[in-house]
Each structure stands twice: as C-alpha cells, then as structure tokens.
Design a binder for this molecule. Structure first.
Ligand code: T46
Length: 143
C-alpha cells in the first residue's frame, strides 16, 4: 500500500529475554529525530485521524496489541500490531487511525522530524484534496 510497509526487526532472543535494536538508515529508512510513546489508552478510544505532509514514522507495539487503519484516496487497510519486533512504516500522505488498544498496550513511535503542528492534515476532506492533487502530479510509487 502507498507509503506503508511492515518492517521486521531482528529479535535477539535468549533465555534472559528479548532485545531488539533499531538504527537510523539501517532498520528504519530515515534519520531519527524524535521518539514518543503512547500508553494508557482505554479500549473504546481511537486516536490519530490525520495524515502528515512530510513526516515518516515507524509504529511499534511494545506491549499488548493495537490496530491501525491506514488509508489513501484509493486504498484502505487495517493492520494489527502485536509484536515488538515488527514496525509499521507510515510515510507522508497516509491517513491513519489507531484503535482497539488493549489494556497496558504501549505504542512506540520513531519519527523522522521534530514535532511540527503544521505538518498535520487533520481534516479528512482537506486530506483527500491534498492527496489527490499530489497523486495526480506524481504517479503513485508504492513501497
Ligand atoms: C501520529 C500518531 C501515530 C507534542 O507536543 N509532541 C509530539 O511529539 C507529539 C507526537 C504530540 N504532541 C502533542 C500534540 C497534541 O497536543 O500531544 C498532543 C496529542 O497529540 P495527537 O492528538 O496528535 O496524538 P495522536 O495519538 O492522535 O497522534 C500521534 C502523533 O501526534 C501523530 O504524529 O502519527 O500518534
């Protein structure tokens, strides 16, 4: 799907537990400028409901499970994240919504840019207009 991909990280497992390492430009396709994490989301709460103009991110569910709906004007998919060695890459102009957070779930996000409010498109109709104009100008290049 356009600007979306599941990334598999190495799970270094031993009898002492699991370790996963993420290095910029190696395991994620960008330089990492920011990380943030989302915790304590009640099961009936949905978050997101926006797209970004420039930001690239990888979403990793460190505990529990979380569903992510990713959309563009032509496609829509729901992905469940439930494995700390799997990340969902989301690039520019992908509308995304996170929902069905299980109790004690933890969503870690690795991001390519510092926080910038103006990078968000939070109105779905504005998103459709911007995404359709971009897709018309630059033919879609799915990952
Ligand atoms: C995204 C999804 C996956 C900051 O001040 N700094 C930050 O780095 C971030 C990410 C957010 N904020 C502030 C902005 C809002 O006042 O935290 C508040 C909650 O942010 P928001 O409503 O955008 O949260 P989500 O869960 O809807 O979206 C977040 C990210 O903002 C977004 O980039 O792609 O997670």
């Amino acid at each position: 799907m356009y600007n979306c991909a599941l990334l598999k990280f190495k799970d270094i497992a031993s009898q002492d537990g699991h370790l996963t390492s993420i290095e910029e430009k190696i395991h994620v396709p960008f330089k990492i400028k920011r990380i943030y994490y989302i915790t304590g989301v009640a099961q009936n709460i949905a978050r997101g409901f926006h797209a970004h103009r420039r930001l690239q991110q990888v979403l990793i569910c460190l505990n529990g499970s979380i569903k992510i709906k990713v959309k563009n004007p032509n496609e829509e998919q729901i992905i469940e994240l439930n494995n700390p060695s799997v990340g969902l890459y989301i690039g520019p102009l992908v509308w995304h919504e996170m929902f069905d957070f299980t109790k004690k779930s933890v969503l870690l996000v690795v991001a390519s840019e510092h926080y910038a409010g103006e990078d968000y498109i939070r109105d779905y109709n504005h998103y459709l207009t911007e995404a359709k104009a971009t897709f018309a100008e630059h033919p879609v290049n799915p990952l």
